[in-house]
Design a binder for this molecule. Structure first.
Ligand code: BES
Ligand code: MN
Ligand code: ZN
Length: 495
């Protein structure tokens, strides 16, 4: 699906050759004297159209409107969140119409937030997974035109959002794929293909190389599986060679049965989404490859299955992590932290500016924050602040959680340096405290996306989160702008 951006008022939008025209209407109404503005004004006056975000009024072949379908969509005061609701409702309502082209006319006063929200929401509401359906039809919508009062002013926000959509959709695609279509090997191949297509570096390590690195904790999780593990290293170099990179680490458990500490059967299929962190790292690289920020970025993805087997790691086994710390594995279902800790140690070699891991780590985080905000943990206040602000700006929000040392008490054991689980209480924090032991060499952030990476129930599917947050965060981390392209210089001074 392609997006384009045009300077168009309602009068101009009415003349657009498109299959449907969506007009976002805010509380202030519209000012124009043209036919479409008059129609909107009358609809408001009659009470048939309400400006509460998400309210719709649809028409067919309205006089003076070239598009056969017209949807007026209330969008409140025009905030990003309200524009998102409006576009989601409008594009959702048009889904069955199988349109190819759509024009979304934003309110005259719409800012960057509205532009970005409209693009991300239009993509989300028209997304369709097809890869493993024999008659998958896929998305018909091919062209979405965003009409704004001043396209030049909105260009930068537009481009970032359009690139973010590509990243979100790649993340959704990989997270949605069934676990037999998204093995560690498949993920490694996808990373290589992505790097080749978009011109960044990629190295995929297998069991032998990982053993050589001494990643005993990662290997322990993988040892019950027939599928060989993969350790994926991605590199995007947009800044000078010597500049310290940002490192993203994504949990890539392609299926989490729990291992010997096996999970109950109900909804176990959803544990195919346990590589949502890995998918978000791939998606972020997809977006960054397009946006080419002046930053160095490394992506690390430890990927394996967590299976019960005669060879599986057992509760009580003690393993030696790459850091040298020994770990007593008391619960084989707390496997995410076991693969992440070795990747976090590996990250040290890049002398990073900061490391952010992204993981569907704990059911406890779902209990704490539900599906609205991801859990954010950070050893560094400035990093926490930047991540939180990026999440708010991208409408992909997170919420900071504590890291008091008292939470680490439960991880003590008589048989190793640390245990991989503590009690049930404060489970999301206990997990973060475990990870923190491996991050003393750099500022560290951790996003627990267990509640936000996918939706269950009838709308079961990956959300592509937190690609929006990560792209926004990375774009804000650029150093001194280079002379070209000029729009990046403008962005830096405006932030
Ligand atoms: N992948 C799960 C976390 C998860 C569970 C995400 C449910 C989304 C929904 C993780 O590997 C896990 O199993 N965590 C355990 C940890 C526990 C054994 C300390 C959990 O949360 O139950
Ligand atoms: Mn688990
Ligand atoms: Zn897991």
């Amino acid at each position: 699906m392609d997006f384009d951006l045009k300077t168009l008022g309602l009068a101009g939008a009415a003349g657009e050759k498109t299959d449907a025209l969506v007009v976002l209407v805010t509380q202030g109404g519209v000012a124009g004297k043209d036919a479409l503005s008059q129609l909107v004004a009358q609809a408001l006056k009659s009470g048939e159209l309400e400006t509460k975000a998400g309210n719709l009024l649809q028409a067919w072949r309205s006089s003076g409107v070239a598009a056969p379908r017209l949807v007026l969509a209330g969008s409140g005061e025009g905030t990003g969140a309200q524009v998102r609701s409006a576009v989601q409702a409008a594009v959702g309502a048009l889904r069955s119409a199988k349109l190819r082209r759509l024009t979304i006319c934003l309110p005259a006063q719409a800012g960057d937030d509205a532009v970005r929200a409209a693009i991300v929401a239009a993509a989300d509401a028209s997304y369709s997974y097809v890869t493993t359906k024999s008659k998958g039809e896929g998305r018909k919508l091919q062209q979405v035109t965003i009409a704004v009062a001043n396209a030049d002013a909105a260009r930068e926000a537009f481009e970032q959002a359009a690139a973010t959509v590509k990243g979100i959709e790649l993340a959704k695609e990989w997270a949605n794929r069934p676990p037999n279509y998204a093995t560690p090997t498949h993920l490694g191949d996808a990373a290589k293909a992505l790097a080749k297509e978009h011109g960044f570096g990629c190295e995929v390590l297998g069991p032998k190389e990982v053993a050589k690195l001494g990643m005993g904790s990662f290997m322990a999780v993988s040892q019950g599986s027939e599928e060989p593990l993969r350790f994926i290293v991605l590199r995007y170099d947009g800044a000078a060679k010597g500049e310290a990179p940002l490192v993203l680490v994504g949990k890539g458990i392609t299926f989490d049965t729990g291992g010997i500490s096996i999970k109950p059967s109900a909804e176990m299929d959803e544990m195919k989404f346990d590589m949502g962190g890995a998918a978000s790292v791939l998606g972020t690289f997809r977006a960054i490859a397009e946006l080419r920020p002046t930053i160095n970025l490394v992506g690390l993805i430890p990927s394996c299955e967590n299976m019960p087997d005669g060879r599986s790691v057992k509760p009580g086994d003690v393993v030696t992590s790459m850091s040298g710390q020994t770990i007593e594995i008391l619960n084989t279902d707390a496997e995410g932290r076991l693969i992440l800790c070795d990747a976090l140690t590996y990250a040290e070699r890049f002398k990073p500016k900061a490391v952010v891991d992204i993981a569907t780590l704990t059911g406890a985080c779902v209990v704490a924050l539900g599906g609205v905000r991801s859990g954010l943990f950070a050893s560094d206040d400035e990093l926490a602040q930047s991540l939180q602000a990026a999440g708010d700006a991208a409408l992909d929000p997170c919420w900071r959680m504590p890291l008091d040392d008292e939470y680490a008490e439960g991880l003590k054991t008589n048989f190793a340096d640390v245990a991989n689980v503590a009690g049930r209480a404060g489970g999301a924090v206990n997990a973060a405290k475990f990870l923190q032991r491996f991050t003393t060499a750099y500022p560290w952030g951790h996003l627990d996306i267990a509640g936000t990476a996918w939706k269950g129930g009838a709308a079961k599917g990956a959300t592509g989160r937190p690609v929006g947050l990560l792209v926004e965060f990375i774009m804000g981390q650029q150093g001194e702008p280079q002379p070209k392209p000029a729009r990046k210089a403008a962005r830096r001074s405006g932030k």
